[in-house]
Design a protein around this ligand. Structure first.
Ligand code: ZN
Length: 257
């Protein structure tokens, strides 16, 4: 049976570790730092079977070189950009199979935060790096607003029970922003209270079910009349196109403290 663990790295990163204690094998996703992975593998007495990378940012990839010195394993990462260390370049629709753990993922191309960004979807779980966060989404560093609108739309179409595994702990700030955008949405303060309780015990707020995101994440709700009206009021102009609405919401969030 697979167990999924959030390994903390840097200020607020999570490196996801999927392990099978019976088979004594594990994979990790986005190892920005090698040490938390090596320590966790030692603790549970598992060998690394593969590494998955969602995009090229250093806080998702810096541990790659060090890990490869310990484990000569396949590295699945974006085909775009030819990231050093990636042995198996992946594009939209590709299948990634990890027989050591009985895992299979479908690759989704989800540009916006970066142009190379991919996600791994399998067994109703989505490892989505910095594209979708709990109650938020990644900043636009390389892609366009339309890229991100399309990427988030493809995630929103997944089964509602899909568990979302983002790579950062940003949930509390994101929910505070969500409350500002949509003060009449009763689901937001309810979720905020639950997430606060987890953080007070120093537990991750992740993963999150997609249905919670659809109910509270303003970036997935730009088509909702109340969210649309709130964005237009903030922008002080009538916006209708999803990319315009997204763009304005993203700028609003970028300036939100
Ligand atoms: Zn990033």
């Amino acid at each position: 049976m697979n167990t999924i663990t959030a390994l903390s790295a840097f200020k607020d990163n999570y490196i996801w570790l999927i392990s099978d204690l019976e088979r004594k094998a594990a994979i990790c996703i986005d190892p920005g730092d090698a040490m938390p992975v090596i320590e966790a593998l030692t603790d549970i007495d598992c060998r690394l079977a593969a590494i998955l990378i969602t995009h090229h940012h250093w806080d998702h990839t810096n541990g790659l070189k060090h890990l490869k010195e310990y484990f000569d394993v396949p590295v699945y990462g974006p085909a775009i950009g030819q990231l050093p260390g990636v042995t198996h370049p992946c594009s939209d629709g590709d299948k990634v199979e990890i027989p050591e753990l009985g895992l299979a993922f479908k690759v989704m191309q989800i540009p916006g935060h970066t142009l190379d960004h991919i996600a791994f979807y399998g067994d109703k779980r989505l490892f989505c790096g910095d594209t979708l966060f709990a109650a938020g989404c990644g900043r636009l560093f390389e892609g366009t607003a339309q890229n991100m609108v399309d990427s988030l739309a493809s995630i929103a179409k997944l089964p509602k029970k899909t568990k979302i595994y983002p790579a950062h702990e940003y949930t509390i700030t994101n929910l505070r922003f969500a409350e500002t955008v949509e003060p009449s949405n009763i689901d937001i303060p309810i979720r905020l209270e639950k997430m606060h309780a987890l953080r007070q015990e120093s537990k991750p707020t992740l993963p999150v079910p997609l249905e919670d995101e659809l109910a509270t994440n303003p970036f997935l709700r730009i088509g909702e009349p109340k969210v649309k009206a709130s964005i237009c009021k903030h922008a002080n102009e009538k916006l209708t196109e999803p990319a315009q609405l997204f763009s304005c919401l993203r700028r609003w969030k970028d300036a939100f403290i």
